[in-house]
Design a protein around this ligand. Structure first.
Ligand code: ATP
Ligand code: MG
Length: 570
């Protein structure tokens, strides 16, 4: 493609609300354009990259024997009513005004409705069905460009099995395909176990890409391979444990101490022996929860431990009513009401603790939880901290932000049961089909790659996703020698199936062309200039390393192929 013929609307300035690097670079390089909040047009350059990602996904899905569908995005709402997900999605789902249709946010229901009509026997399975298609979700505050948009491209696939072992195999196969897909796209990623939450299932994993702009927080150690969402991550942080001296409890005045830090400072206490008492309401029931020192209570862990649908901290008026004191003076002894008490695992067996007296301005010391409190259960409730020893080998954890690029679920029979998608086993007995669901955010692959691979000048494309492989920069097209040589290089490279953008503009400076080339960031730049041509040479620059080399016109093709091959392996 010649720049003089191309639609390549690069931008100098981007809207100030584009905070993420990938968002800014995709706008600046003319890959995407905003149409409305969370709605993006993919322009030719962006669509070239998107199609590459889709092709890699397609190849890997085909390689595991999955078959490609193309399902409608416009769905009759009654299909969604069958599983109750019209309600579950709520405002996230787009409804068509005055018509009983919705725009599909995912496709479990449609797949299940097809399976219900055609999959009748255990002999019809296993099946793996996929599509690469538009999804619609009314994301409340889309701010991160195509990472969270209201219309996006998802590769979604679904497995249908007659046995649970079959589901395990289908899931494993998808997991391996996902590893290959992200590897081929040049992404550094890690896999975390996720709670399957609202999808309702028996197991799930998320494929994550580290990024400061990510919305998820994970604890990882590359060496041991430990990786988990902080909602479930654990560490080998030592328990608080017992001390030998175990005198009876004693009340003392703490008028100026409302926080753990103030207690520690004013009374010379050991932080972790201050049992912080919190009151939480799980669904409608109050709980008193003890944490060691400044350990952070993790809401997701608490919710999972109590099997609650929702947990929230109690309001100030509820605190006073339930305990008799305000936050900061609450503890296990002399509670106003008899609310169930639970504690974090670190406090199991612990004594010599300080906690509130349920009377403002007072605490108790020498508390032995087993002796002085009515703890009904100990759970892992704390959020792990940076640097704590990982649960696998005790290596320091890194707590990082990350973006979810893919998600694999063992759905089980939730959808097949709700929709009556059943099959007959060998003995003629009816069972619900056992399903899995597997998603990849295609735009997120591009955006995450750019997040991981850029510099101050622009994008640094991996060859597999790059919209073009080579950017030819003709320094002075007015020069007949330059024009002839550049045309020649262009012909040779495209003749070898390389995708080439040829900057053949006559009206812009060399500096301008160099800046554009670095912004667009294709893996190789071939600079054709008068001076080097005198020796029959052109210059190749590797965008990623900045390394430059001179090559003769006859060697350009071979060198470009070799360099691209090398770059593809990194
Ligand atoms: P998130 O937690 O980021 O909202 P999700 O868990 O709701 O995502 P899934 O239902 O698991 O998303 O969808 C599968 C994949 O689709 C995700 O792993 C993600 O890569 C991508 N995806 C989800 N929502 C969006 C969106 N609004 N814009 C772009 N990609 C998305
Ligand atoms: Mg998900």
């Amino acid at each position: 493609m010649r720049v003089t013929k191309a639609f390549l609307p690069t931008l100098k300035e981007v809207p100030s609300d584009a905070a993420m690097v990938s968002h800014r670079l995709m706008l600046r390089s003319g890959m995407i354009r905003l149409l409305g909040a969370g709605i993006y047009s993919f322009l030719p350059l962006g669509y070239r990259a998107l199609k590459k990602a889709m092709q890699i996904i397609r190849e890997e899905m085909d390689a595991i024997g999955a078959q490609e569908f193309h399902l409608p995005a416009l769905n009759p709402v009654e299909v969604w009513d069958e599983t109750g997900r019209t309600e579950a999605f709520g405002d996230t789902m787009f409804h068509i005004k005055d018509r009983p249709y919705v725009l599909a946010p995912t496709h479990e229901e449609i797949i299940t409705s097809i399976a219900r009509s055609f999959v009748k026997s255990y002999k019809d399975m296993p099946q793996a069905w996929y599509q690469i298609q538009e999804k619609f979700r009314n994301e409340p505050r889309p701010r991160s460009g195509v990472i969270r948009s209201r219309q996006f491209t998802m590769k979604d696939s679904y497995s249908l099995d007659a046995t649970w072992e079959g589901l395990d195999k289908s899931y494993e196969m998808h997991s391996r395909a996902y590893h290959r897909i992200y590897q081929r796209c040049g992404l550094k990623f890690f896999v975390v176990g996720a709670s399957s939450g609202a999808m309702g299932g028996t197991g799930s994993q998320e494929f994550m890409v580290e990024s400061d702009a990510g919305e998820d927080v994970c604890a990882i150690n590359e060496e041991s391979g430990y990786a988990a969402n902080v909602e479930v991550a654990t560490s080998q942080v030592p328990p608080v444990g017992r001390i030998e001296d175990n005198p009876p409890v004693e009340k003392f005045a703490t008028p100026e101490a409302r926080t753990i830090d103030e207690l520690v400072e004013q009374f010379g206490l050991v932080e972790e022996r201050c049992a912080k008492a919190l009151v939480y309401i799980a669904d409608d029931a109050p709980y008193l929860v003890f944490m060691a020192g400044n350990d952070q209570l993790n809401g997701s862990k608490l919710q999972a431990a109590l099997g609650a649908n929702e947990v929230r901290p109690a309001r100030d008026d509820e605190l006073a009513e339930l305990t008799g004191a305000d936050a900061g003076s609450i503890g296990p002894i002399n509670l106003k009401t008899d609310i169930p008490q639970i504690a974090d695992l670190r406090l199991e067996q612990a004594n010599g603790l300080v906690s509130g007296a349920n009377e403002n301005g007072f605490h108790y010391r020498n508390i032995d939880l087993a002796r002085d409190a009515k703890i009904t259960a100990y759970y892992d409730l704390r959020t792990v901290k940076e640097g704590e020893p990982d649960p696998l080998g005790g290596r320091p954890l890194r707590v990082v932000r990350a973006i979810e690029v893919g998600h694999i679920f063992k759905l089980g029979t939730k959808y097949s049961e709700a929709m009556g998608a059943t099959f007959l086993d060998e003995n003629g007995k009816t069972h619900p089909i056992i399903m899995g669901s597997y998603g990849i955010g295609v735009e997120r692959i591009l955006a995450c790659h750019i997040e991981q691979s850029h510099d101050e000048k622009g994008i640094i494309w991996h060859p597999t996703l790059a919209p073009y492989h080579v950017h030819i920069i003709a320094l002075k097209m007015q020069s007949e020698a330059v024009a002839r040589a550049a045309e020649d290089v262009y012909r040779r490279l495209t003749g070898e199936n390389m995708e080439v953008l040829f900057d053949d503009r006559t009206n812009v400076s060399a500096g301008f062309k160099f800046n554009d080339a670095d912004l667009l960031g294709f893996p190789l730049q071939v600079v054709v200039g008068e001076r080097n041509l005198k020796d029959g040479k052109v210059e190749i620059k590797v965008r990623k390393t900045g390394e430059r080399e001179m090559v003769g016109l006859d060697e350009v093709v071979a060198r470009c192929l070799a360099l691209l091959d090398e770059l593809s392996r990194t």
